[in-house]
Design a protein around this ligand. Structure first.
Ligand code: GAF
Length: 388
């Protein structure tokens, strides 16, 4: 995580010299369970030791927000009462979450905010969820007497994406950013919202992310189309079984999917096929983790990659290449992480293979694409918190 002094010095310099409160929220990884959250399935994320840090202070105005993005050296001022809100995409997260927190009963007034991040942008590690939860946490503390629950802050972050940023995401990223715990992954049932912490200390293995540096961005990407395909399949299954209630693909069986295959068309069928398979894989991974069977975990990760690439079609050439390099090096498991369309692979690699794998990935990727992938060793950190 970043240094408080870094954020504080900019906050003092760009506003009136006074200090505020500092909050931090992490990005996330996800071991397995991709595109399952908005389908009511399971996910297996953990917070990372990188994220967003923000200093926030009520500025005494009714509804003027003065915001400074330290890394971008960009300043935007806007009014919470402006129905359109700011145009800069980073400022829309602030505007959106402030309005969502207001809806939850927090009497948000004008504030100053400066923030910075060390979670790589566009790498599929949820810098946007980190931003939403960090600000939700801060506004809840400063204006709301911490009355809003952690789950409501998760939902406010998700609503910010839906209502102000054009991404119909699920709840995984905001959940991980709010509830993360150092050293633990979390298995979340996205339908019931029940979750368990799983201490993750794989003896003899480590997790490493390889960032293709192909910028992953969900706004404007076919992410929402994937969700629509899944919902379309559910609608068709529901029509065939009017006596049962189908909310998401979580409620559907393989047989029911096969029944509607010709109606929904091959593309939507493939999307749903991936989701049903992924639901089973997360549960298989839980059992494997309980048995300490990391080779099984890895096998599931490769299957997920295959499904995300061929059936869900959210991969890209660079990510498939990184996955192939992992296979060639005998890496235990490797797959696209997060929404896809760029970003990182997550790799479960034996300690003794780590050096050779990273060296080979850098060399071969560089030969093909003219630059090395970025390497992030995963450290599983804590969720959203007040720093000072
Ligand atoms: C993105 C979304 F924000 C999540 O809700 C989730 O759907 C993920 O893609 C895919 O698993 O990170």
């Amino acid at each position: 995580m970043m240094e408080i002094e870094f954020v504080r010095s900019r906050f003092i310099k760009h506003f009136d010299g006074k200090t505020g409160n500092v909050y931090a929220s992490p990005g996330r990884i996800n071991l397995i369970g991709e595109h399952t959250d908005y389908n009511g399935g399971f996910v297996f994320p953990g917070a990372v030791d990188k994220g967003i840090m923000a200093e926030i202070r009520a500025n005494g105005t009714e509804d003027t927000v003065m915001a400074y993005a330290i890394d971008l050296k960009d300043r935007v001022d806007f009014k919470l009462s402006d129905p359109n809100g700011p145009r800069a995409s980073w400022a829309r997260y602030i505007y959106g979450i402030a309005l969502e927190m207001t809806k939850l009963g927090v009497p948000v007034k004008g504030f100053n905010i400066a923030f910075a991040g060390d979670v790589p942008l566009g790498a599929g590690m949820s810098s946007s969820a980190a931003m939403e939860s960090c600000i939700a946490f801060g506004l809840n503390d400063i204006f709301g007497d911490n009355q809003v629950s952690q789950w409501d802050m998760v939902l406010a972050g998700q609503a910010t994406e839906h209502n102000y940023c054009g991404v119909n995401c699920g709840i995984m990223d905001q959940f991980a950013s709010v509830f993360g715990k150092a050293g633990c992954l979390m298995r979340l049932d996205c339908r019931s919202r029940e979750f368990q912490y799983f201490p993750f200390k794989p003896d003899g293995y480590r997790l490493v992310l390889l960032d293709s540096v192909v910028k992953h961005q969900l706004a404007g990407s076919p992410y929402n189309d994937r969700r629509n395909s899944c919902e379309n399949v559910v609608k068709h299954i529901q029509a065939k079984h009017p006596d049962c209630k189908f909310e998401t693909l979580r409620d559907c069986t393989w047989e029911q999917l096969d029944e509607v295959r010709s109606e929904v068309g091959e593309e939507d069928y493939k999307r749903a096929k991936f989701v049903l398979g992924e639901k089973d894989r997360v549960l298989a991974v839980c059992d494997a983790l309980n048995d300490g069977d990391y080779e099984k975990v890895g096998e599931m990760m490769y299957q997920t990659h295959e499904g995300l690439s061929k059936d869900y079609e959210v991969s890209c050439e660079e990510l498939d290449f990184l996955n192939q390099i992992a296979k060639d090096n005998g890496v235990t498991g490797s797959r696209i992480m997060g929404g896809g369309f760029g970003g990182c692979t997550i790799n479960l690699v034996r300690n003794d293979l780590y050096k050779q794998f990273i060296a080979d990935a850098k060399k071969r990727f560089n030969e093909k694409y003219g630059h090395e992938p970025k390497v992030y060793d995963v450290v599983i950190g804590d969720g959203s918190r007040k720093v000072c």
